[in-house]
Design a protein around this ligand. Structure first.
Ligand code: HEC
Length: 135
């Protein structure tokens, strides 16, 4: 399982190559559009499917996070992009052991969810990370 996550991270890194500069929030659609490579990763990775179920189900994450658009929380594309660029660790963040790097000013709103994520297994957290990074 670890290997899968790792290779997914590599793929995401590779497919995002060339867009190294950090963009301000609210950047144009073109810059954020997902490449074909990322779509196919989603198809072959069962961890991503598992993550989506958790994200929309038990995790209740989709109440505040949508794939493309900011709702209450940042979009999954934006989270994925920033974590890839800054080489952040979503699992560590969801355990409440790392500082926010996407939108620290809204961290208090996100922090309440650690009550849920801290009770998740490492594998569940890895699947959430795989799902978010599939965008
Ligand atoms: C009540 C609304 C809400 C819910 C529910 C929610 N989030 Fe968030 N989330 C936010 C907000 C607001 C931010 C922006 C603050 C921040 O960056 O910490 C955020 C930020 C994040 C970030 C980026 C953290 C960073 O480094 O800045 C991740 C990753 C994340 N959420 C994952 C999740 C996951 C996984 C779940 C489900 C277990 C979830 N969120 C549920 C509101 C929510």
């Amino acid at each position: 399982m670890k290997k899968l996550v790792f290779s997914l991270a590599i793929l995401v890194l590779v497919s995002c190559g060339g867009k190294k500069e950090e963009e301000p929030f609210g950047k144009s659609k073109e810059v954020e559009s997902v490449s074909v490579t990322e779509e196919s990763v989603k198809d072959v990775n069962p961890l991503v499917e598992e993550g989506q179920k958790l994200f929309e189900g038990k995790g209740t994450c989709s109440a505040c996070h949508q794939p493309e658009n900011k709702v209450i929380g940042p979009s999954l594309k934006e989270i994925s992009k920033i974590y890839t660029e800054k080489n952040g660790n979503i699992i560590t963040f969801l355990k409440g052991e790392a500082e926010p790097i996407v939108d620290p000013s809204q961290f208090e709103v996100m922090k309440a969810n650690f009550a849920i994520t801290k009770n998740m297994t490492d594998e569940e957290l890895a699947s959430l990370e795989a799902y978010i990074k599939s965008f």
